[in-house]
Design a binder for this molecule. Structure first.
Ligand code: NG1
Ligand code: MG
Length: 603
């Protein structure tokens, strides 16, 4: 399985013809970066870490509810050239980082990780000590990295990747002044990137994955001893896990989609990534490339920044909280409705003191009477059972009208009129606490203590409906791809119909956009304009991609129609008018699956 595979590490022999596995244009880029690095730092890099951005084909805002998503890596990526700073006589401190970026707007940064120890006196304040100044520290210290969560700073992503490496591989309580080997090396890095920031293509995940890889590589931590004492390379799954944790340090409580896509993509397929009960990746070939004429995905940047740190972070984290609270409220309302097939599993979920913040995906298992446990491989529902279960649960939520989710205190049989009405005024905090069954203190501790959210109304019903239907669309999309690919094989009795394939996939994408816009309220007028324009310009389907509120759209277009389609956008979308060709090509581009993260070792 992809997640169990080792992280690819390639070796470049310097001066020989570099990097045989990548296109010539790319090889020049790597060589230029290495030269630039050498001229800046006076020594060549030892490694170049590379991580791509990603585009999500379908499955928005469901990864943190632990439902599977369907992204692919894009060709645009982040490269980090890195190497230890070992200049003789240098006053450089252990672990110090000199970080440079090829883009002039990102200023040079230097930072040193510090150790925080409880002074173990009466004071409750933390005492920060620079490790190189005081090697004889007290025990029970931990790494500290100053990451500014209140504003977007480019080096925060570098720091976040670094911190994870320190935490996992450098136990500061084992350090000793006699053994500097166990201390992190001083590192010089030069970052360059082609993923547009704030566009929903996950420049952040590309930065964090590349940074995590760079610090692993420079500190010789890409290989670790296994149980029998032999060395093995870290797996892609381990890197994803680290990168997800690392990105949370920048302040967004994201799911794991972006990091997983950046690490595990292959140039031949999209990915079906599932998170529950355990992380797994399935490579799903895209049949749109196997038909004649072929079809492609076209990304179009709305040029409205999908703001993560100030605006979007609050909105994003608010959605995380809403879906978590919704999970509890839904579990309670399913339990109280007689049609639930498994009250025992729901009861167990609701009363487990070790898992108070469970997700909608966990509610689905319980609803199906299965007691799946995070991290355990057994018992696990098959993808087909999840799909069937979702279909039932969507109907059940419609029937229940999940009135408690809407803040109405009692369950009342819905009228047919209500069935069609997805409007939901939202509930106030007080009502939400009540329908969770918690006392306010416990509610705040479980759902609000770890996150900064500001809202007067919480839309539990709409968010639930989006998450469940969107998760179902992902599975329908996956199934359509798999069925078509297998029908292409000669042994299959059914006749593949390309037009039907494109219409089915396109409709799923467009419905996804409508749901994001109306139920999840994560669209933007510009994204709505762009998706409608896309449909009018010949796309089979079009939707926002990524967190939304700005950023890119993705559209499914026949390859022989791309010219007409792109002209349609250029002439119809106000911000594209008057743009030069080069700028426009950076904003609207065909996106094919790219390969996942790797490290080049320069010898
Ligand atoms: P983007 O837009 O790439 O930041 C965010 C989350 C994903 C996922 C999507 C919505 C981060 C780092 N990533 O993606 O995990 O939840 O929104 O589907 O916040
Ligand atoms: Mg991001």
């Amino acid at each position: 399985m992809a997640a169990d595979e080792p992280i690819p590490v390639f070796t470049i022999v310097q001066d020989a013809h570099p990097i045989p596995t990548i296109a010539a244009r790319e090889a020049v880029r790597y060589a230029q970066l290495a030269d630039h690095y050498t001229s800046l730092f006076g020594h060549p890099p030892t490694h170049i870490a590379r991580a791509p951005g990603r585009v999500n084909i379908i499955g928005e805002h469901i990864d943190y509810a632990l439902f599977g998503v369907f992204p692919m890596a894009v060709e645009q990526d982040v490269l980090i050239a890195c190497g230890p700073n070992t200049q003789p006589g240098d006053q450089t401190k252990y672990g110090e980082v000199k970080a440079r970026n090829t883009l002039p707007k990102y200023e040079p940064r230097e930072f040193v990780p510090t150790l925080i120890a409880d002074t173990q006196v009466t004071s409750t304040e933390n005492h920060t000590i620079n490790i190189s100044e005081d090697p004889a520290l007290s025990k029970n210290v931990q790494w500290h990295m100053d990451i500014d969560k209140t504003q977007l700073r480019w080096e925060s992503y570098v720091k976040a990747g670094y911190y994870g490496v320190l935490k996992k591989f450098f136990n500061p309580n084992l350090r000793s002044s006699q053994d500097p080997q166990i201390m992190p090396k001083p590192v010089d890095i030069l970052v360059t990137g082609s993923v547009p920031a704030g566009s929903g293509l996950s420049s952040s995940a590309a930065m964090v994955v590349a940074s995590t890889l760079a610090f692993l590589a420079v500190n010789d931590k890409l290989t670790v001893p296994d149980r029998s004492g032999h060395n093995r390379t870290l797996t892609k799954g381990e890197l994803v896990e680290m990168a997800v944790e690392n990105e949370k340090r920048v302040g967004v409580n994201s799911g794991g989609m972006d990091q997983a896509a950046s690490v595990t993509s292959l140039p031949t397929s999209a990915l079906y990534i599932s998170f529950f009960p355990f992380f797994s990746v399935e490579n799903v070939a895209l049949p749109i490339t196997q038909i004649t004429p072929r079809a492609v995905f076209v990304c179009a940047n709305s040029l409205v920044v999908s703001d993560k740190v100030v605006g979007a972070k609050t909105r994003y984290n608010l959605r995380v909280v809403e879906t978590l609270v919704a999970a509890r409220v839904l579990a309670r309302s399913l339990l109280s409705s007689s049609s639930s097939p498994s009250s025992q599993a729901l009861q167990a979920l609701l009363t487990n003191p070790h898992n108070r913040k469970f997700t909608l995906r966990e509610v689905l298992s319980a609803y199906l009477g299965i007691n799946e446990i995070k991290g355990h491989k057994e018992p696990a529902l098959s993808v087909e059972s999840v799909k069937k279960g979702l279909e039932e649960l969507v109907r059940e939520v419609g029937r229940l009208k999940a009135r408690v989710l809407r803040g109405e205190k009692e369950f009342v049989s819905p009228s047919p009129h209500e069935e069609e009405n997805d409007e939901d005024e939202g509930v106030m905090l007080e009502e939400m606490v009540k329908s969770s069954g918690f006392e306010e203190d416990e509610f705040r501790e479980v759902y609000l203590s770890w996150v900064d959210v500001e809202a007067t109304h919480f839309h539990l019903y709409k968010r639930t409906k989006h998450v469940l239907t969107e998760s179902l669309r992902v599975l329908q999309f996956r199934e359509t791809c798999l069925a078509f690919s297998s029908s292409l094989s000669s042994s299959s009795p059914s006749h593949p119909n390309p037009e039907h394939l494109l219409t089915t996939l396109g409709n799923l994408m467009t419905t996804s956009h409508t749901s994001c816009s109306h139920l999840y309220t994560c669209s933007h007028p510009s994204l709505d304009t762009l998706t409608s324009l896309a449909l009018r310009s010949g796309a089979y389907g079009s939707r926002l991609t990524g967190a939304g509120w700005g950023g890119c759209t993705i559209s499914l277009v026949r390859e022989d129609e791309v010219g007409r389609f792109v002209r349609g956008l250029r002439e119809g979308y106000e911000p594209y008018k008057g743009m030069g060709d080069e700028e426009f090509e950076g904003a609207v581009f065909v996106s094919r699956p790219g390969s996942g993260a790797f490290v080049f070792k320069i010898e």
